[in-house]
Design a protein around this ligand. Structure first.
Ligand code: BES
Ligand code: MN
Ligand code: ZN
Length: 500
């Protein structure tokens, strides 16, 4: 797929995203005049509702068609992105080799952002989730290597839209490969396979990856990660990512990112019910977000330093698996009574956080994890849970999330929520035993391993990483977190211009 921006010689097939705003009626009059349709009938039949798609054929011009795509009331990054994604997803098999996406009617000051959104959305619409199907689909014209996405823009300022179009492509291509990783079944992504995936991504995108295998984990004292992995023949690993140089000339900010990489979560001996257990192949959504952030940062060559740590394990049940009540050690030196083996994410994150802080002193420390079902019960699937004591960090993360459509909602971190984590036999226990506020007590557990870092945030993305959508029949990967992290990193570092 080739992406081009252009102002003239538009292709025969054009797509126009339209909002239900004050200009809609006039725009439809124009469109009717261009295609030979009756304006009043068109205004009656197309209302620009979200997800509404309407096709018009130009009289007397065979092959010329115009797809009107409704966005609902609002025009913004998220609306353009999801509207064009849905359009390409639904129509890809019918489209010709070249398709134009018309953005000429949007205000000049929003064009960079919308160009990025349109490019990203159109490319993502081509995602094929059926990676393990044997039937071969007839090759579609649109989506093949020679096919083209044309972003149609006003002549004025056309050149400046190249960088946003490139940025949109970088995000989309990153999401496309992350989707494959997240949607992959557990038997195709063991911790070691995920590590190989990371190594390959590092080589392709330009960041450094090294992997601590089981032996190294034991030698270096990552006892909590080793304990979670001990019930599986697929051994746990720690994946370490590095981007940007350590020798800092100017004051380049350093970001530490930790992502939960449980490649499958059965719950262990505290076994999960079987009904939705298959969804637990997505328990590495935090790891995927961290990987994606490194991929995008490297492609954009952001002037920052990033260190990423992905503790990866399969939470299985067998004769060697940890049992409820077992006491385990951890890299930090603290001992933990495992009162519930299904609260495994916080155990591996404890070692991930401690490992990162041993290697480096980041200015900002963020962990992302599909950590609790409780965050879904609390705020559903419209936002990730944000846990931090830093108001500055909370504001900037929330704003970044609002602006790119990967929303966050702040949760309390009052110390009282941590009191039930006291253990009689060890330094602390991993589950309070009480069926309430579990996402908050999970955050309070993690806090013990952050060395009181002033700018630490924990993002519970259990409701966001793998979700229902228009793009699949059951839950599937969303890529949540990647854009959020990149746009946050840019904000925190004052990077305003889009690098080209
Ligand atoms: N991976 C799960 C959390 C989860 C649930 C992610 C639903 C995505 C969708 C996590 O390891 C877990 O099992 N958490 C327990 C914690 C409890 C034992 C304190 C939970 O939420 O039930
Ligand atoms: Mn679990
Ligand atoms: Zn889990």
């Amino acid at each position: 797929m080739i992406v081009k921006i252009l102002d003239k010689k538009v292709p025969d097939t054009m797509v126009v995203p339209l909002a239900q705003d004050a200009q809609l009626a006039d725009r439809l009059v124009e469109i009717a005049a261009r295609t030979g349709a009756d304006a009043a009938t068109l205004q009656n039949d197309f209302r620009a509702e979200a997800k509404e798609i309407f096709v018009l054929y130009a009289t007397g011009s065979p092959g010329r068609r115009l797809y009107l795509c409704g966005m609902g009331k609002k025009t913004g990054f998220q609306e353009i992105f999801s509207t064009l994604r849905l359009f390409c997803h639904r129509y890809k098999s019918k489209l010709p080799q070249k398709v134009g996406f018309d953005l000429r009617h949007f205000p000049q000051e929003s064009l960079a952002r919308y160009t990025e959104a349109a490019t990203s959305g159109a490319l993502l619409g081509l995602y094929d989730i059926g990676k393990y199907r044997t039937e071969t689909k007839p090759e579609a014209e649109f989506g093949g290597p020679k096919s083209e996405i044309n972003i149609v823009l006003p002549t004025k300022g056309l050149k400046e839209m190249e960088a946003p179009a490139r940025r949109g492509q970088i995000f989309a291509r990153t999401y496309l490969s992350l989707f494959d990783l997240l949607n992959a079944p557990g038997n195709y992504k063991t911790p070691e396979q995920m590590a190989s995936w990371a190594v390959k991504a590092g080589k392709e995108c330009g960041f450094y990856v090294h992997v601590l295998n089981k032996t190294a984990l034991t030698e270096q004292g990552l006892k909590a990660l080793a304990a979670v992995g001990q019930g599986s023949p697929n051994l746990p690993v720690l994946i370490v990512l590095e981007y940007g140089t350590k020798t800092r000339k100017t004051k380049t900010p350093v970001f530490g990112l930790v992502g939960k990489g449980v490649t499958f979560d059965t719950g262990g001996v505290s076994l999960k019910p079987s009904t939705n257990m298959h969804l637990m192949k997505s328990d590495m959504g935090g790891a995927a977000a961290v990987l994606g952030a490194f991929m995008v940062a490297a492609h954009l060559q952001l002037p920052v330093r990033m260190i990423g740590v992905i503790p990866a394990a399969e939470n299985m049940i067998d004769g060697l698996a940890i049992k409820p009540g077992d006491v385990i050690g951890s890299l930090s030196g603290k001992t933990i009574e495992v009162t519930d083996t299904d609260a495994e994410g916080r155990l591996i994150l404890a070692d991930g956080l401690a490992y990162l802080l041993k290697q480096e002193t980041p200015d900002v420390l963020i962990d992302l994890a599909t950590l609790t079902g409780s965050i879904i019960r609390a705020i559903g699937t419209q936002a990730g849970g944000l846990f931090t004591k830093s108001d500055q960090l909370a504001d900037m993360l929330s704003t970044a999330g609002m602006e790119c459509g990967e929303r966050l909602w702040r949760m309390p971190m009052w110390d009282e929520y941590g009191s039930d984590l006291k253990s009689d036999v060890a330094d602390l226990r991993n589950f309070t035993g009480k069926p309430m506020a579990e996402s908050i007590s999970a955050a309070k557990f993690l806090e013990h391993f952050t060395a009181e870092h002033p700018h630490w945030a924990h993002l519970d993305i259990a409701g966001m990483a793998f979700a229902d959508s228009d793009f699949a029949t059951s839950k599937s990967a969303t890529g949540y977190g990647v854009r959020l992290l990149i746009e946050f990193i840019e904000k925190w570092s004052n990077i305003t211009e889009t690098p080209s």
